[in-house]
Design a protein around this ligand. Structure first.
Ligand code: AMP
Length: 390
């Protein structure tokens, strides 16, 4: 696809789709501006090239296709202005508006219009009419065929911003030509959410370490009693066939932290995996598993991690996730990649981001990337490069 650095931007109107979908508290304050900061390199680079105008656009939250005063981009504009130390003009809509001549513009929430999610061409064309060049820097949205990341590439010369480029290059290289040993660590709740990624990764990795509630579905499928642990009953067959075809690459925990309930006041007990008491549930991987996984992690040269090892939101149940995070950070020889969402939150909590090669800004997008899928927005950029000269 076309790269930002190959474009002449001087005196051009540049339209950039960013992922400024930041979390807000009840009073509408931004609680984490990581996503705004992640696109600053792209924004600063464009501004340094003296464009006629920089127009930014994003979605925020889930307004379901209609205006919602709580999800206006105003706090985002304010924060961006503070970070850039430059005036940012925030508009009250994203289409059917006259764009003022100001240097930096932020359009209103794209998802106030149902056309955005419907990948509507008329909507995309209206957005495109504001500019001469389109840049996609919204990796977190690139697994969706939405108007501002997909249809829009039909109307403007299009390129990838630095964040998008970095995300796909690092993950793409790890999947295509990983330094060996290559391991993946998968956790989280459901086998069904991660099955496609597990299937794709099993073709490439030397070992795939399982954690999270997912492990109990695998154990149940092998006939082991899992007490009150979360099990996906309709996925037992699938788990069984995965275990069979994984040729021992799929590694399961040997012990677990069992708890009387999902609560910080719960009674807890470390048990071997085949001895979970009937009235208890597994909430984390146990110390023996942590030690085994740490040893494997220390020897790996490429590591991809997606999904927590336990109910890490409760401190008592976070040890497995914390120890795996620390083990990744400790392995300085390996390329270490962490998928977004909960796993990124666990890394952030421990302030380990800088010790890893890459923490993805996109949960869903990074998971689909690991599935080996071509993300719709990335496909659109590639097609634009082939079709539209610049
Ligand atoms: P996912 O979105 O599938 O990556 O799942 C993340 C969630 O998995 C987190 O909210 C964790 O609390 C949860 N989780 C991890 N391990 C367990 C477990 N043993 N039982 C229940 N939930 C778990």
């Amino acid at each position: 696809m076309r790269r930002l650095k190959s474009l002449k931007l001087k005196n051009k109107r540049v339209l950039v789709r960013v992922d400024f979908n930041v979390p807000l508290d009840k009073r509408g304050n931004i609680t984490d501006d990581k996503r705004i900061k992640a696109s600053l390199p792209t924004i600063r680079y464009i501004l340094a090239k003296k464009p006629k105008q920089l127009i930014l656009m994003s979605h925020l939250g889930r307004p379901k296709g209609k205006p919602n005063p709580k999800l206006k981009m105003n706090p985002v504009a304010k924060r961006l202005q503070k970070l850039l130390k430059k005036k940012v003009t925030k508009l009250d809509n994203c289409i059917d508006i006259k764009i003022p001549k100001d240097k930096i513009i932020l359009l209103e929430n794209l998802r106030f219009h149902k056309e955005e999610k419907k990948n509507n061409k008329v909507f995309a064309k209206k957005l495109a009419s504001y500019a001469d060049i389109y840049i996609n820097d919204a990796f977190g949205t690139s697994h969706r065929a939405h108007a501002s990341v997909e249809a829009i590439t039909n109307y403007l010369p299009s390129a990838a911003g630095f964040l998008l480029q970095k995300e796909i290059e690092i993950m793409g290289k790890a999947l295509k030509s990983p330094k060996k040993p290559f391991i993946a660590i998968m956790g989280g709740v459901k086998v069904s959410d991660k099955i496609n990624a597990i299937n794709n990764l099993l073709k490439k990795v030397d070992a795939l370490l399982i954690g999270g509630a997912m492990m109990f579905t695998f154990y149940k499928a092998s006939g082991i009693e899992t007490g009150k642990s979360l099990v996906e009953k309709d996925k037992l067959k699938l788990a069984k066939s995965l275990l069979k075809k994984s040729k021992k690459k799929l590694m399961l925990p040997t012990d677990t932290l069992a708890a009387s309930k999902f609560d910080k006041k719960a009674r807890t007990k470390i048990v071997p995996i085949n001895s979970i008491p009937k009235n208890m549930l597994g909430v984390d991987i146990g110390p023996e598993t942590i030690a085994i996984y740490k040893e494997i992690i220390s020897k790996a040269k490429t590591i991809i991690w997606n999904g927590p090892m336990g109910v890490f939101e409760i401190k008592k149940f976070a040890k497995g996730t914390d120890e795996i995070a620390k083990a990744l950070a400790k392995n300085k020889k390996a390329v270490t990649i962490v998928g977004g969402g909960d796993t990124a939150a666990a890394i952030e909590k421990l302030k380990l981001e800088k010790k890893l090669t890459h923490v993805s800004t996109g949960g869903g997008a990074s998971l689909e990337f690991l599935e080996g899928k071509k993300l719709p927005a990335i496909k659109a950029l590639e097609q634009n490069y082939k079709k539209q000269s610049y």
